[in-house]
Design a protein around this ligand. Structure first.
Ligand SMILES: NC(=O)c1ccc[n+]([C@@H]2O[C@H](COP(=O)([O-])OP(=O)(O)OC[C@H]3O[C@@H](n4cnc5c(N)ncnc54)[C@H](OP(=O)(O)O)[C@@H]3O)[C@@H](O)[C@H]2O)c1
Length: 330
């Protein structure tokens, strides 16, 4: 491996604020682990934006290599599960939070944290899904396991133009659901229609004070926004329906009542992609590869160079990113 390689490292400055900066590292800077991965691609999720800009406290210890996703090839391995040349990805597992993450040419980690890149996909394609796409798949799994079928009625996706939202729209439409996309950016309607959305809600239709129960409209929902949006959604879900609760782009509080749950049997299904167990991970990646053709994935993807990470982090935390961002790691 090369003597030095670049990484985006989070450190505390003299004032105590967390700053992200590019640094040249060597393999001695990497932690223990039985697999060394040559990272070729990563991605930018909302959480990455919070970590890099310092708008959210994501890293649990410092210094920390940021980046919750990585994809590339195995460079060296003493793990029985992997050999040099294997195409691999990792998402979550505390990457960029409690263990060094993906914004680095090399990552050394335990082989149990790696997943094979689905056959026929490149590392770039895997990162066009990344944590966001994987989370969308877990959210759809949760609705399906709850027994919600396309015939039960329309489903809603909130924060629809974002990473989790875009992939959720595409997956639900592919599975035959009638999808309403909730977005604060009407200029993205054509884009969302191209992913499979059938109708649209304005952000403020849901981001308002809700009654405990409202007229029931939706069989299910994938929510990436939280706050009042999730409370209004819960009040509008049909009897026996459910919301896959994924995010808090609009707030972390939940100003709701028990009435949707006890009078309509509505379920709030929590989605945790970070520590999802390996078997379910494999199932999710296999289903993503089955359901999403490469041209569909390309349609929501922007590719940026490594050195643009600070600017892209600002954009995603300001709600200015559409779909997914793939990072070409130097
Ligand atoms: N549970 C998990 O395991 C998991 C995994 C991944 C992500 N997440 C969470 O899911 C959320 C979305 O992540 P992402 O990577 O998809 O982020 P993203 O690409 O930035 O998408 C978020 C979307 O939410 C909408 N939005 C932004 N600010 C908003 C506001 N103030 N009020 C209402 N809507 C707002 C925007 O969509 P429109 O412009 O279309 O309205 C934006 O595109 C984040 O909270 C993230 O932390 C959770």
């Amino acid at each position: 491996m090369t003597a030095t390689f670049p990484a985006l490292v989070l450190r505390k400055d003299e004032s105590g604020s967390i700053r992200a900066g590019f640094e040249d590292l060597t393999s001695n800077d990497l932690p223990e682990g039985d697999v060394l991965v040559r990272v070729t691609h990563s991605s930018v999720n909302y959480k990455d934006g919070l970590a890099i800009t310092g708008k959210g406290k994501i890293a649990r210890s410092l210094p920390m290599i940021a980046g919750i996703d990585l994809a590339g090839v195995v460079e060296e391995s003493t793990s029985d599960a992997w050999k040099a040349g294997d195409p691999v990805l990792a998402t979550g597992w505390g990457l960029g939070e409690e263990r060094f993450g993906g914004y680095s040419r090399f990552a050394r980690l335990d082989g149990s944290l790696l997943t094979a890149i689905p056959r026929g996909w490149s590392a770039a394609t895997a990162m066009a899904l990344g944590t966001a796409g994987f989370t969308a798949m877990l959210a759809v799994f949760a609705l399906e396991e709850r027994g919600i079928r396309p015939d039960d009625g329309p489903v809603v996706v909130t924060g629809a133009s974002g990473g989790v939202g875009s992939v959720a729209v595409a997956l639900l439409a592919h599975a035959g659901y009638t999808v309403a996309a909730s977005t604060g950016r009407p200029e993205n309607h054509d884009y969302l229609r191209s992913l499979g959305a059938n109708s649209f809600l304005a952000r403020e239709d849901l981001d308002r004070d809700a009654k405990p129960l409202e007229s029931d409209k939706w069989a299910g929902a994938v929510d990436t926004v939280g706050g009042r949006t999730l409370a209004t959604l819960a009040a509008q879900i049909k009897r026996g329906g459910a919301v896959s609760v994924c995010g808090n782009a609009g707030g972390f509080q939940l100003p709701t009542t028990v009435f949707p749950l006890i009078l309509r049997g509505v379920a709030l299904l929590g989605i945790d992609s970070n520590y999802c167990p390996p078997l379910r991970r494999r199932a999710a990646w296999n289903r993503l590869a089955l359901d999403l053709p490469a041209d569909r994935i390309a349609s929501w993807t922007e590719t940026v160079p490594f050195r643009n990470l600070p600017q892209v982090a600002e954009r995603i935390t300001n709600g200015q990113v559409r779909g997914r961002i793939v990072v070409e790691v130097e």
